[in-house]
Design a protein around this ligand. Structure first.
Ligand code: ADP
Length: 397
């Protein structure tokens, strides 16, 4: 058994999976929510021996890991008997420092905390979980796998904002990109589904979930992506605006809207939610079908932005071999895929309507046989990728 405990932590939650890295099988998974909300912590466990959900006091991340270990014990499958050989931590921001999965020691953990400057909502929770997990599993290697790392291969022209050089350098303002773990695993799986070497392929991956980003990938390396300094830039998302004229922010500030309110509006109250009242595409789709004009417009805005990037990345890559859809909307939205791909026949992209409409769970081709660009749906699996990268790192060190 080569099992990895994959940890995806936030400031008030920890999600985890125990994955057999060789088969990809989930041996157990669960989550702890509402950490720090006195007496209201929620602990959910799903394992081979059954499921459980309890409420208890979880004051901090250490208590959360203690509760996780206790759930395994209570289910009769103690966590130290599962053959876990590594703990893989998903970390949103690795700044410029981390360009690959990294074995965590004290210095790496401290650096992840320092990078909270760039990811204030994410890195502090990662740090708290890393400290707690290292105390609970001191004998196991802990590996940080970064959402930003895959995009560190972007050329300077793609990651540089046209700002005063000193200002940008002093404040660390540049594009980093996110969803890198997903773009990496999906592009690799697309290549293997086609039986083509990754190194020979140009790919455009659309990760369309609650958060959404597009990535231009040349030979397995990210060369451009739609998210920037933060995950706010780029596509329209569930609750985020994506691209907006920075001048609109000054306008709001000058009209008396506070910095925190603007932040909240653009990150949590915009996107589908702001335009329609729901962040979930299924609601938006149903409203549009019943004639709701705001919902119809929201879909048009979403599709227009996605097509804008698809065209841009065709230019960046000088054409592409594949266009790959993944994540919640990418995997389950044949209507969106059709709208996004419509009118790209000029560059040889042609969907097959029945392949696109068919439901399936694995990687699949949805373009026509005579399409010059192969369009695929490839389910993302960030946890399996974290497990795989963790094992690869310890095998090579
Ligand atoms: P996250 O970014 O939180 O990981 P997901 O990739 O799971 O999100 O995507 C979640 C979104 O995917 C939902 O908000 C919903 O809009 C969309 N989605 C999920 N299932 C479907 C479906 N069957 N049809 C259309 N949209 C779906």
């Amino acid at each position: 058994m080569n099992a990895v405990l994959v940890v995806n932590s936030g400031s008030s939650s920890i999600k985890y999976q125990v994955i057999d890295e060789r088969s990809g099988a989930r041996l157990a998974q669960g989550l702890v929510e509402r950490i720090g909300e006195s007496g209201r912590g929620r602990v959910v466990y799903k394992g081979t021996a059954g499921d459980s959900a309890t409420e208890q006091d979880i004051p901090d991340h250490s208590a959360a890991f203690a509760a996780i270990v206790e759930e395994f014990r209570a289910a009769g499958t103690p966590i130290d008997e599962l053959g876990i050989v590594a703990v893989g931590h998903r970390v949103v921001h690795g700044g410029r420092d981390f360009i690959a999965p990294t074995l965590i020691d004290d210095a790496v953990a401290e650096r992840i905390l320092e990078l909270a400057e760039l990811a204030p909502l994410h890195n502090p929770g990662h740090y708290a979980a890393i400290v707690a997990a290292r105390a609970v599993f001191p004998e196991l290697p802990h590996i940080a796998v970064f959402d930003t790392a895959f995009h560190q291969s972007m050329p300077e022209r793609a990651y540089t904002y046209a700002l005063d050089r000193d200002l940008a350098a002093d404040h660390g303002i540049r594009r980093y990109g996110f969803h890198g773990i997903s773009h990496q695993v999906v592009s690799r799986r697309a290549a293997s589904h086609l039986g083509m070497p990754l190194e020979s392929l140009k790919q455009i991956v659309l990760h369309l979930g609650n958060g959404a980003s597009i990535c231009a990938i040349d030979g397995g390396r990210s060369v451009d992506t739609s998210m920037g300094l933060t995950p706010l830039e780029g596509l329209v998302m569930g609750t985020r605006s994506g691209n907006i004229d920075a001048g609109a922010i000054f306008h709001l500030l000058r009209r008396g809207v506070s910095v925190d309110e603007v932040d909240e509006q653009l990150n949590k109250r915009a996107g589908f939610l702001g335009m329609t009242g729901s962040n979930d595409f299924r609601d938006v789709r149903a409203a549009a079908a019943s004639g709701d004009e705001a919902a119809n417009l929201a879909i048009e805005v979403y599709v227009h932005r996605a097509r804008h990037y698809l065209g841009a990345y065709l230019a960046v890559l000088g054409g592409t071999d594949t266009v790959v859809f993944t994540a919640g909307l990418g995997e389950n939205g044949p209507d969106l895929r059709e709208l996004i791909c419509a009118g790209f026949e000029w560059c040889g992209l042609k969907l097959d309507p029945s392949r696109n409409a068919a439901t399936g769970s694995g990687a699949r081709v949805i373009s026509a046989d005579d399409s010059a660009i192969t369009v695929l749906v490839v389910p993302t699996d960030e946890e399996a990728e974290i497990a795989q990268q963790s094992i690869a790192l310890i095998a090579s060190s």
